[in-house]
Unconditional design. Structure first.
Length: 95
């Protein structure tokens, strides 16, 4: 079986800092898209966030996502996995 890692941006503003990745609205939406209950989806993947806390709002729309810091953090995460890992990037500023 292929090892799958699901990488998101950060916990949403509605979740507590450090909340487990994809346990909120985005996780429920993704689980519905793939047709699996949320707990089953999360048990099947290694879910991570680029940041452990919501980076804050960017004015009236969007998030203040620090892209340079995200690239550095993504490189650290990527170094943890071997060539047999499938990576799914989720979020507007992750991919």
């Amino acid at each position: 079986m292929t090892h799958v890692i699901l990488i998101g941006q950060s916990p949403s503003r509605s979740l507590a800092p450090g909340a487990a990745p994809f346990t909120g609205r985005a996780g429920r939406r993704l689980a519905a898209i793939i047709g699996a209950p949320l707990d089953v989806m999360l048990a099947a993947v290694d879910a991570r966030n680029v940041f452990d806390v919501f980076p804050g709002a960017a004015g009236t729309k969007g998030d203040a996502f620090p892209l340079g810091d995200a690239h550095a953090r993504a490189a650290i995460i990527a170094a943890e996995f071997d060539a047999g890992t499938s990576v799914l990037l989720a979020g507007r500023a992750v991919a």
